[in-house]
Design a protein around this ligand. Structure first.
Ligand SMILES: [Zn+2]
Length: 670
């Protein structure tokens, strides 16, 4: 019996890995996503019921990692050197001359490889199973991020050839479209944007929760192996081997001459904007491993390879004006208005100026000729001022100390260098708040676009969010271009929005740091704004998927919440709204778990942890992952370990599975 199950688990694991390979590496899936999910669920269920049979390279490892608060430092077996790099063809010719002088009378061939702008990673495989992933770090030692690396579908958990002990190196990267989407989401959530895909990749690899890493769509290109008893004699063969083992390798060509190298370089310099990922140049490597060995190393880099980089996309134009944008949380950001200029396939008319410090440091003035730079989908930025073109009458830019909309004095957040308008009734903020409130992921109010919002605020019809729900056909009739039909559409849209669940309302209120995901998590845990306002930093941090950084900043902005709580009160009462609040929906009868903070540990035979957690939450309890003095109750299944010991040490009540089921039966859910 057990043997049958073990066989089924192994077969499912193999099949799922094969499908992941087909989908992500070959880009040729043979089953539907639905079918894949069905197989994955079957495997998860079997593994949960039989934890002893779970394999370390199971595909379920890709999603089920547990959050970690630190990444241990690990020394690389062989240092990860960096490459000499240059933007100049002269340097490439010098490199070629040095190579040929060191290898007199030998034929030298190069491999030309795209240089992905990502984060270098070392993977250790033992008996073909991935056992460790370490970032480059300082080249001598890096951070172990194995759980996060496992979430990257193009990193095989097991190589497609058995019995291999090796180290594989390559680059983790994010495609430009995934990067643009991530930044768009962060912008909507008013979170700081990543400057480029490399930054977002590095940031993602250091997330403490592998489940979040899995959502970042990271990918991996391999370009180096060191295998025990490897029989490759050329770098190009190593790349073929990596491909045969199930990894993706960067686009590459063998080049017999430097002329070939330059030809490919020119081709990719022109075509790089069409690639789905960013490359910052190419790598030229001597193909023969024996020649590589004999060329040896300098203190910092191998003598057999160099990076030949592309120039950044840059253009020169005139800065016509500096506009200040007021966000919905009051952040005031300067934007450069430019004389339109073509750059990397699009016309650029605006560029980011970040903040007042940046403008002062670069001494950027209105009327200046500036150099702008753009990479991938990043908003272009002003790199420097062309001082030789500065008009004689130019004056230093002084950052306004008043909000451009409401004229309240701006405050500066020392940590963030961001200027802020703190006036909650600021019309610009109100407009942005209303736009956000109405947006599709928030209350999804049809007919309430920016043009209508602007008129409503200008005419004084709406002074806070709750005023929206007092609009009627008569008041809307006062607006320009608003016929009776569009007015009715808007009123219908408002009426429908009252059906939105609590997490949507929470997100729609536009609290700093509360994006859609955080709102869902908070709504699940705190069920009301009142409960949220009373939460401690520890409770926020203990909330599933909310990291310490968000928890701390959220806690810092909690004093603002009573104002929002009043807003919600007004929305519900003054405007006689009946929001479908999750808290009311789930107004569960009092149970053994009501209001308690519960931790589940060990293996339960009747329920998966997620099922048990869902049941506890449905009965008014809250589940967290670690035992602390705030824990009220520990559910201890089979093989409960350190958490049980800690709970006993802290005098936390403990239920075994039988007692847990008895309580569930008492509450009528088991
Ligand atoms: Zn203002």
């Amino acid at each position: 019996m057990t043997q049958d199950i073990a066989q089924r688990i192994a077969a499912l694991a193999d099949e799922l890995e094969e499908h992941l390979y087909r989908y992500h590496v070959l880009d040729a899936p043979t089953i539907s996503d639905q079918e894949f999910d069905r197989l994955l669920t079957e495997l998860q269920t079997l593994e949960e019921a039989h934890p002893a049979l779970k394999q370390p390279d199971s595909p379920t490892q890709r999603v089920g990692g547990t959050p970690t608060s630190d990444f241990p430092t690990v020394r690389h077996a062989r240092p990860m050197l960096s490459l000499d790099n240059s933007y100049s063809s002269q340097d490439v010719e010098d490199f070629d001359r040095r190579v040929r002088q060191s290898l007199p009378d030998e034929a030298v061939e190069y491999v030309f490889e795209l240089k992905i702008d990502g984060v270098a990673l070392s993977l250790i495989y033992q008996d073909s199973v991935l056992v460790r992933a370490v970032t480059r770090g300082d080249g001598v030692q890096g951070d172990e991020i194995t759980a996060n690396a496992r979430t990257i579908p193009t990193i095989p958990l097991r190589l497609r050839q058995p019995g291999i002990d090796c180290e594989i190196r390559g680059e983790v990267y994010m495609e430009s479209s995934d990067f643009a989407q991530l930044n768009a989401q962060r912008e909507a959530d008013e979170e700081p944007l990543f400057a480029n895909p490399r930054n977002s990749t590095a940031g993602s690899l250091k997330l403490q929760n592998p489940n979040l890493v899995a959502k970042r769509n990271l990918r991996f290109f391999a370009y180096w192996i060191h295998a025990e008893g490897g029989n490759q004699t050329r770098h190009s063969e190593c790349l073929e081997t990596l491909r045969a083992w199930g990894l993706m390798v960067p686009e590459h060509q063998r080049c017999a001459s430097l002329a070939d190298v330059f030809e490919h370089y020119d081709h990719y310099a022109a075509a790089r904007a069409d690639l789905p990922y960013e490359i910052d140049g190419v790598v030229i490597k001597v193909d023969s491993l024996n020649q590589q060995e004999r060329l040896g190393y300098t203190a910092k880099s191998p003598r057999s390879a160099m990076a030949y980089k592309f120039p950044a996309y840059q253009a020169r134009t005139r800065l016509l004006d500096i506009h200040l944008q007021v966000g919905r949380t009051g952040a005031v950001t300067p934007v450069a208005i430019l004389e339109p200029v073509p750059l990397a396939g699009s016309t650029i008319a605006r560029a980011s100026l970040h903040n007042a410090d940046e403008i002062r440091r670069k001494d950027i003035r209105i009327g200046d000729t500036v150099l702008i730079e753009k990479g991938g989908d990043v908003i272009p930025k002003v790199v420097e001022v062309d001082l030789s073109a500065r008009p004689d009458d130019s004056v230093e830019y002084s950052f306004p100390n008043q909000c451009p909309s409401c004229k309240s004095p701006l405050t500066r957040d020392a940590e963030e260098a961001v200027a802020r308008c703190d006036n909650l009734t600021c019309p610009a903020q109100l407009r942005r708040r209303l736009e956000h409130f109405a947006s599709r992921n928030a209350m999804d109010i049809e007919g309430l676009g920016p043009a209508v919002v602007e008129q409503l605020v200008e005419q004084g019809l709406v002074k806070d969010l709750s005023d929206l729900y007092e609009l009627d056909v008569a008041s809307l009739g006062a607006l320009e271009r608003m016929g009776e039909k569009s007015a009715q559409n808007l009123l219908d849209g408002l009426a429908r929005s009252k059906e939105q669940p609590f997490d949507r309302v929470l997100f729609a209120l536009g609290i700093r740091h509360v994006g859609a995901t955080v709102a869902r998590t908070l709504a699940r845990t705190f069920v009301s704004l009142d409960a949220l306002c009373k939460a401690s930093v520890e409770e926020l941090e203990a909330t599933h998927e909310i990291g310490p950084t968000i928890a701390r900043s959220l806690y810092a902005s909690l004093p603002d919440l009573p104002a929002l709580d009043r807003m919600l009160y007004k929305l519900k009462n003054k405007a006689k709204l009946q929001f479908k609040m999750k808290a009311e929906e789930a107004a569960a009868p009092p149970s053994h778990f009501s209001g308690k903070t519960v931790v589940i540990t060990g293996t339960l035979s009747g329920y998966s942890r997620d099922e048990a957690a869902a049941l506890i939450e449905s009965l008014g309890g809250k589940t967290t992952s670690s035992v602390s003095k705030n824990t009220d109750l520990l559910i201890a299944g089979e093989k409960a370990g350190s958490k049980l010991a800690k709970a006993q040490a802290l005098d936390v009540a403990v239920l075994d599975e039988a007692a847990f089921i008895a309580q569930l039966q008492e509450a009528g859910v088991a």
